[in-house]
Design a protein around this ligand. Structure first.
Ligand SMILES: NC(=O)c1ccc[n+]([C@@H]2O[C@H](COP(=O)([O-])OP(=O)(O)OC[C@H]3O[C@@H](n4cnc5c(N)ncnc54)[C@H](OP(=O)(O)O)[C@@H]3O)[C@@H](O)[C@H]2O)c1
Length: 317
Protein backbone atom coordinates (compact mmCIF):
# COMPACT_ATOMS: atom_id res chain seq x y z
CA UNK A 1 0.00 0.00 0.00
CA UNK A 2 1.33 3.50 -0.81
CA UNK A 3 2.01 5.76 2.17
CA UNK A 4 -0.20 8.86 2.66
CA UNK A 5 0.73 11.63 0.25
CA UNK A 6 -0.12 15.16 -0.88
CA UNK A 7 -1.06 16.10 -4.44
CA UNK A 8 1.29 18.47 -6.24
CA UNK A 9 0.16 20.91 -8.96
CA UNK A 10 2.34 18.93 -11.40
CA UNK A 11 -0.11 16.03 -11.08
CA UNK A 12 2.36 13.90 -9.08
CA UNK A 13 2.04 13.07 -5.37
CA UNK A 14 4.60 13.58 -2.61
CA UNK A 15 4.54 11.13 0.32
CA UNK A 16 3.79 13.07 3.50
CA UNK A 17 6.69 11.76 5.59
CA UNK A 18 10.14 11.59 4.01
CA UNK A 19 13.65 10.86 5.27
CA UNK A 20 16.06 13.81 5.59
CA UNK A 21 19.73 13.20 4.75
CA UNK A 22 21.52 16.43 5.76
CA UNK A 23 24.32 15.60 8.22
CA UNK A 24 23.88 11.86 7.52
CA UNK A 25 27.51 10.96 7.16
CA UNK A 26 28.98 8.87 4.39
CA UNK A 27 29.03 5.39 5.85
CA UNK A 28 25.66 6.03 7.54
CA UNK A 29 23.36 7.41 4.88
CA UNK A 30 23.00 4.24 2.74
CA UNK A 31 22.02 2.15 5.76
CA UNK A 32 19.55 4.84 6.85
CA UNK A 33 17.86 4.83 3.44
CA UNK A 34 17.63 1.04 3.32
CA UNK A 35 16.15 0.97 6.84
CA UNK A 36 13.71 3.73 5.89
CA UNK A 37 12.48 2.05 2.71
CA UNK A 38 12.05 -1.24 4.59
CA UNK A 39 9.99 0.67 7.20
CA UNK A 40 7.68 2.04 4.47
CA UNK A 41 9.23 5.42 3.57
CA UNK A 42 9.08 6.23 -0.14
CA UNK A 43 10.25 9.87 0.00
CA UNK A 44 13.94 10.74 0.44
CA UNK A 45 15.18 14.33 0.71
CA UNK A 46 18.66 14.92 -0.73
CA UNK A 47 20.82 17.85 -1.86
CA UNK A 48 24.03 18.39 -3.78
CA UNK A 49 25.51 20.31 -0.83
CA UNK A 50 25.00 17.40 1.61
CA UNK A 51 27.96 15.76 -0.17
CA UNK A 52 26.58 12.25 0.35
CA UNK A 53 24.53 11.80 -2.82
CA UNK A 54 26.90 9.22 -4.35
CA UNK A 55 26.24 6.94 -1.39
CA UNK A 56 22.52 7.74 -1.59
CA UNK A 57 22.68 6.69 -5.26
CA UNK A 58 24.36 3.39 -4.39
CA UNK A 59 21.67 2.65 -1.81
CA UNK A 60 18.90 3.51 -4.29
CA UNK A 61 20.47 1.27 -6.93
CA UNK A 62 20.65 -1.65 -4.49
CA UNK A 63 17.03 -1.11 -3.44
CA UNK A 64 15.80 -0.91 -7.04
CA UNK A 65 17.95 -3.88 -8.19
CA UNK A 66 16.44 -5.95 -5.39
CA UNK A 67 13.10 -5.39 -7.11
CA UNK A 68 10.83 -5.06 -4.06
CA UNK A 69 10.29 -1.35 -4.71
CA UNK A 70 9.94 0.16 -8.17
CA UNK A 71 11.40 3.51 -9.23
CA UNK A 72 7.93 5.00 -9.73
CA UNK A 73 7.08 4.18 -6.10
CA UNK A 74 9.95 6.30 -4.79
CA UNK A 75 9.90 10.10 -4.48
CA UNK A 76 13.41 11.54 -4.61
CA UNK A 77 14.02 15.24 -4.00
CA UNK A 78 17.27 17.09 -4.61
CA UNK A 79 18.38 20.71 -4.68
CA UNK A 80 20.41 22.99 -6.93
CA UNK A 81 23.22 24.45 -4.83
CA UNK A 82 23.96 28.17 -4.54
CA UNK A 83 27.13 28.00 -6.66
CA UNK A 84 25.13 26.70 -9.65
CA UNK A 85 22.54 29.46 -10.19
CA UNK A 86 23.38 30.58 -13.75
CA UNK A 87 21.55 28.78 -16.55
CA UNK A 88 24.54 26.70 -17.71
CA UNK A 89 25.56 25.84 -14.15
CA UNK A 90 22.02 24.81 -13.20
CA UNK A 91 21.98 22.35 -16.10
CA UNK A 92 25.40 21.09 -15.01
CA UNK A 93 24.16 20.63 -11.43
CA UNK A 94 21.04 18.74 -12.57
CA UNK A 95 23.27 16.33 -14.50
CA UNK A 96 25.73 15.88 -11.60
CA UNK A 97 22.83 15.17 -9.25
CA UNK A 98 21.28 12.59 -11.60
CA UNK A 99 24.67 10.90 -12.10
CA UNK A 100 25.38 10.82 -8.34
CA UNK A 101 21.93 9.46 -7.56
CA UNK A 102 22.15 6.99 -10.51
CA UNK A 103 18.71 8.13 -11.67
CA UNK A 104 17.32 9.31 -15.00
CA UNK A 105 15.00 11.77 -13.21
CA UNK A 106 14.32 13.18 -9.78
CA UNK A 107 10.75 13.59 -8.56
CA UNK A 108 11.35 17.08 -7.26
CA UNK A 109 14.18 19.54 -7.89
CA UNK A 110 14.34 22.64 -5.71
CA UNK A 111 16.41 25.81 -5.83
CA UNK A 112 18.07 25.33 -2.44
CA UNK A 113 18.35 29.04 -1.53
CA UNK A 114 17.43 32.26 -3.37
CA UNK A 115 20.90 33.78 -2.87
CA UNK A 116 23.66 32.64 -5.23
CA UNK A 117 27.33 32.20 -4.34
CA UNK A 118 30.37 32.74 -6.58
CA UNK A 119 30.25 30.02 -9.24
CA UNK A 120 32.68 27.44 -10.39
CA UNK A 121 34.67 26.64 -7.28
CA UNK A 122 34.13 25.45 -3.73
CA UNK A 123 30.61 25.00 -2.35
CA UNK A 124 31.14 27.67 0.31
CA UNK A 125 33.32 30.36 -1.31
CA UNK A 126 34.46 32.27 1.75
CA UNK A 127 34.69 36.03 1.50
CA UNK A 128 35.63 38.51 4.20
CA UNK A 129 34.32 38.79 7.78
CA UNK A 130 32.64 35.37 7.74
CA UNK A 131 30.55 36.22 4.65
CA UNK A 132 30.35 34.30 1.39
CA UNK A 133 31.45 35.55 -2.01
CA UNK A 134 28.16 35.99 -3.83
CA UNK A 135 27.01 35.82 -7.43
CA UNK A 136 24.46 38.29 -8.73
CA UNK A 137 22.58 35.72 -10.81
CA UNK A 138 18.85 36.24 -10.40
CA UNK A 139 17.01 33.10 -9.24
CA UNK A 140 14.57 33.69 -12.14
CA UNK A 141 17.42 32.53 -14.44
CA UNK A 142 17.81 29.39 -12.29
CA UNK A 143 14.06 28.84 -12.51
CA UNK A 144 14.07 29.06 -16.33
CA UNK A 145 16.80 26.40 -16.42
CA UNK A 146 14.76 24.18 -14.09
CA UNK A 147 11.74 24.59 -16.36
CA UNK A 148 13.88 23.35 -19.25
CA UNK A 149 15.15 20.41 -17.17
CA UNK A 150 11.53 19.63 -16.30
CA UNK A 151 10.53 19.67 -19.97
CA UNK A 152 13.48 17.42 -20.76
CA UNK A 153 12.06 14.88 -18.29
CA UNK A 154 14.87 15.23 -15.73
CA UNK A 155 12.74 16.70 -12.90
CA UNK A 156 9.11 15.60 -12.63
CA UNK A 157 8.21 18.54 -10.38
CA UNK A 158 10.13 21.71 -9.60
CA UNK A 159 10.01 24.04 -6.63
CA UNK A 160 11.93 26.30 -4.28
CA UNK A 161 13.40 26.17 -0.80
CA UNK A 162 13.99 28.97 1.71
CA UNK A 163 12.14 31.47 -0.51
CA UNK A 164 9.92 34.16 1.03
CA UNK A 165 6.37 34.86 -0.12
CA UNK A 166 7.60 37.84 -2.18
CA UNK A 167 10.26 35.72 -3.87
CA UNK A 168 7.77 32.93 -4.60
CA UNK A 169 5.40 35.50 -6.07
CA UNK A 170 8.19 36.75 -8.37
CA UNK A 171 8.86 33.21 -9.58
CA UNK A 172 5.13 32.58 -9.91
CA UNK A 173 4.60 35.67 -12.07
CA UNK A 174 7.51 34.83 -14.39
CA UNK A 175 6.97 31.08 -14.51
CA UNK A 176 5.72 28.97 -17.35
CA UNK A 177 5.83 25.96 -14.99
CA UNK A 178 4.55 27.08 -11.58
CA UNK A 179 6.42 26.01 -8.43
CA UNK A 180 4.88 22.82 -7.04
CA UNK A 181 6.50 22.91 -3.65
CA UNK A 182 8.16 25.10 -1.04
CA UNK A 183 10.58 23.48 1.40
CA UNK A 184 11.23 25.66 4.48
CA UNK A 185 12.10 25.34 8.14
CA UNK A 186 8.89 24.51 9.98
CA UNK A 187 8.20 22.98 13.42
CA UNK A 188 6.13 23.81 16.53
CA UNK A 189 8.50 26.67 17.48
CA UNK A 190 8.43 28.08 13.92
CA UNK A 191 4.98 27.40 12.53
CA UNK A 192 5.20 29.74 9.51
CA UNK A 193 1.43 30.40 9.51
CA UNK A 194 1.47 33.32 7.04
CA UNK A 195 3.77 31.57 4.57
CA UNK A 196 1.63 28.40 4.78
CA UNK A 197 -1.51 30.42 4.08
CA UNK A 198 0.17 32.09 1.10
CA UNK A 199 1.19 28.70 -0.33
CA UNK A 200 -2.21 27.17 0.31
CA UNK A 201 -3.91 29.86 -1.75
CA UNK A 202 -1.57 29.05 -4.65
CA UNK A 203 -1.81 25.27 -4.30
CA UNK A 204 1.89 24.97 -3.41
CA UNK A 205 2.65 22.02 -1.10
CA UNK A 206 4.78 22.94 1.93
CA UNK A 207 7.48 20.54 3.12
CA UNK A 208 8.83 21.31 6.60
CA UNK A 209 12.54 20.87 7.18
CA UNK A 210 14.10 20.48 10.63
CA UNK A 211 10.59 19.27 11.60
CA UNK A 212 11.82 18.17 15.04
CA UNK A 213 13.73 21.44 15.49
CA UNK A 214 16.94 19.46 14.84
CA UNK A 215 17.58 18.51 18.48
CA UNK A 216 20.97 16.91 17.72
CA UNK A 217 22.59 19.56 15.53
CA UNK A 218 25.92 20.88 16.70
CA UNK A 219 26.05 22.93 13.51
CA UNK A 220 23.46 25.66 14.13
CA UNK A 221 22.31 24.90 17.69
CA UNK A 222 23.49 27.36 20.33
CA UNK A 223 23.51 27.02 24.14
CA UNK A 224 20.07 27.80 25.51
CA UNK A 225 18.20 27.07 22.27
CA UNK A 226 14.79 25.46 22.92
CA UNK A 227 14.11 21.79 22.25
CA UNK A 228 10.77 20.92 20.64
CA UNK A 229 11.00 17.31 21.83
CA UNK A 230 11.15 18.22 25.54
CA UNK A 231 8.27 20.71 25.38
CA UNK A 232 5.71 20.09 28.18
CA UNK A 233 2.65 20.42 25.92
CA UNK A 234 4.10 17.97 23.38
CA UNK A 235 5.06 15.61 26.24
CA UNK A 236 1.52 15.69 27.71
CA UNK A 237 -0.07 14.94 24.31
CA UNK A 238 2.48 12.16 23.76
CA UNK A 239 1.56 10.62 27.13
CA UNK A 240 -2.16 10.79 26.32
CA UNK A 241 -1.65 8.88 23.06
CA UNK A 242 1.09 6.49 24.24
CA UNK A 243 3.37 7.95 21.53
CA UNK A 244 6.75 9.70 21.56
CA UNK A 245 7.15 13.50 21.33
CA UNK A 246 8.65 13.10 17.83
CA UNK A 247 5.58 11.14 16.71
CA UNK A 248 3.25 13.84 18.08
CA UNK A 249 5.16 16.57 16.24
CA UNK A 250 5.16 14.60 12.98
CA UNK A 251 1.46 13.78 13.34
CA UNK A 252 0.83 17.54 13.75
CA UNK A 253 2.35 17.97 10.26
CA UNK A 254 0.02 15.28 8.88
CA UNK A 255 -3.06 16.88 10.50
CA UNK A 256 -1.98 20.28 9.16
CA UNK A 257 -1.76 19.15 5.52
CA UNK A 258 2.03 19.50 5.48
CA UNK A 259 4.86 17.18 4.54
CA UNK A 260 7.82 16.63 6.91
CA UNK A 261 11.28 15.18 6.32
CA UNK A 262 12.78 14.13 9.68
CA UNK A 263 16.41 13.06 9.45
CA UNK A 264 17.75 10.12 11.39
CA UNK A 265 20.47 7.53 10.98
CA UNK A 266 19.22 5.58 14.03
CA UNK A 267 17.15 2.55 12.95
CA UNK A 268 14.73 2.72 15.88
CA UNK A 269 14.07 6.46 15.31
CA UNK A 270 13.67 6.00 11.54
CA UNK A 271 10.85 3.50 12.24
CA UNK A 272 9.42 5.62 15.05
CA UNK A 273 9.20 8.70 12.83
CA UNK A 274 7.20 6.82 10.20
CA UNK A 275 4.76 5.21 12.68
CA UNK A 276 2.40 8.19 12.71
CA UNK A 277 -0.45 6.94 10.56
CA UNK A 278 -2.30 4.82 13.15
CA UNK A 279 -3.58 7.60 15.43
CA UNK A 280 -5.01 11.12 15.20
CA UNK A 281 -4.69 14.32 17.19
CA UNK A 282 -7.85 16.11 18.25
CA UNK A 283 -8.45 19.62 16.82
CA UNK A 284 -7.72 20.96 20.35
CA UNK A 285 -4.36 19.18 20.42
CA UNK A 286 -3.49 20.58 16.99
CA UNK A 287 -4.38 24.08 18.27
CA UNK A 288 -2.29 23.56 21.40
CA UNK A 289 0.75 22.73 19.23
CA UNK A 290 -0.04 25.67 16.89
CA UNK A 291 0.14 27.82 20.03
CA UNK A 292 3.76 26.85 20.77
CA UNK A 293 5.16 29.10 18.02
CA UNK A 294 8.12 31.22 19.22
CA UNK A 295 9.17 32.51 15.77
CA UNK A 296 12.45 30.69 16.54
CA UNK A 297 14.46 29.25 13.67
CA UNK A 298 17.48 27.01 13.94
CA UNK A 299 18.81 27.41 10.40
CA UNK A 300 19.70 31.08 10.64
CA UNK A 301 22.14 32.38 8.03
CA UNK A 302 21.20 36.01 8.54
CA UNK A 303 24.70 36.96 9.77
CA UNK A 304 26.41 35.20 6.91
CA UNK A 305 24.23 35.86 3.86
CA UNK A 306 22.16 38.98 4.45
CA UNK A 307 24.37 41.30 2.45
CA UNK A 308 22.98 39.49 -0.57
CA UNK A 309 19.96 41.26 -2.11
CA UNK A 310 18.08 37.94 -2.29
CA UNK A 311 18.78 36.92 1.33
CA UNK A 312 15.47 35.42 2.51
CA UNK A 313 15.77 36.54 6.13
CA UNK A 314 14.97 40.17 5.33
CA UNK A 315 11.25 39.76 4.50
CA UNK A 316 8.60 39.27 7.18
CA UNK A 317 7.51 35.92 5.66
N1 LIG B 1 16.19 23.06 2.37
C1 LIG B 1 17.03 23.35 3.33
O1 LIG B 1 17.71 24.40 3.34
C2 LIG B 1 17.18 22.39 4.47
C3 LIG B 1 17.77 22.83 5.67
C4 LIG B 1 17.85 21.92 6.74
C5 LIG B 1 17.35 20.64 6.58
N2 LIG B 1 16.82 20.22 5.39
C6 LIG B 1 16.31 18.84 5.19
O2 LIG B 1 15.44 18.52 6.26
C7 LIG B 1 15.91 17.34 6.91
C8 LIG B 1 15.52 17.33 8.37
O3 LIG B 1 16.00 18.47 9.05
P1 LIG B 1 17.19 18.42 10.11
O4 LIG B 1 18.08 17.29 9.80
O5 LIG B 1 17.75 19.79 10.18
O6 LIG B 1 16.46 18.21 11.53
P2 LIG B 1 15.41 17.21 12.19
O7 LIG B 1 14.97 16.17 11.23
O8 LIG B 1 14.40 18.07 12.86
O9 LIG B 1 16.30 16.56 13.34
C9 LIG B 1 17.32 15.66 13.08
C10 LIG B 1 17.98 15.31 14.41
O10 LIG B 1 17.02 14.73 15.28
C11 LIG B 1 17.43 13.44 15.69
N3 LIG B 1 16.20 12.62 15.71
C12 LIG B 1 15.55 12.10 14.64
N4 LIG B 1 14.46 11.44 15.01
C13 LIG B 1 14.41 11.51 16.36
C14 LIG B 1 13.52 11.00 17.32
N5 LIG B 1 12.46 10.27 16.98
N6 LIG B 1 13.77 11.28 18.64
C15 LIG B 1 14.85 12.02 19.01
N7 LIG B 1 15.73 12.53 18.13
C16 LIG B 1 15.51 12.27 16.82
C17 LIG B 1 18.47 12.99 14.69
O11 LIG B 1 19.42 12.15 15.29
P3 LIG B 1 20.02 10.77 14.65
O12 LIG B 1 20.20 10.97 13.20
O13 LIG B 1 21.31 10.64 15.39
O14 LIG B 1 19.03 9.71 14.98
C18 LIG B 1 19.10 14.31 14.30
O15 LIG B 1 20.10 14.69 15.22
C19 LIG B 1 17.42 17.40 6.65
O16 LIG B 1 18.07 16.19 6.93
C20 LIG B 1 17.43 17.81 5.20
O17 LIG B 1 17.13 16.69 4.37
C21 LIG B 1 16.70 21.10 4.33
Amino acid sequence: MSPPSLKLNSGHSIPTIGLGTWQSKPGEVAAAIKTAVAAGYRHIDCAHVYQNQKEVGEALKEILDEGKVKREELFITSKIWNTFHSEAKTHENVDIILADLQLSYVDLMLIHWPQGYAEGGELFPAGENGKMRYSDVDYLETWKALEAAHKAGKCRSIGVSNFTSKQIQRVWDAAEVKPACLQVELHPYFTQVKLREFCKEKGIVVVGYSPLGNPGSAFFRKDGDPNVLTNDVVAAIAKAHGKTPAQIVLRWFVESGLSAIPKSVTPQRISENFAVFDFQLTPEEVSQIDGLDKNWRIVDLSQRDCDHPHCPFLDEF
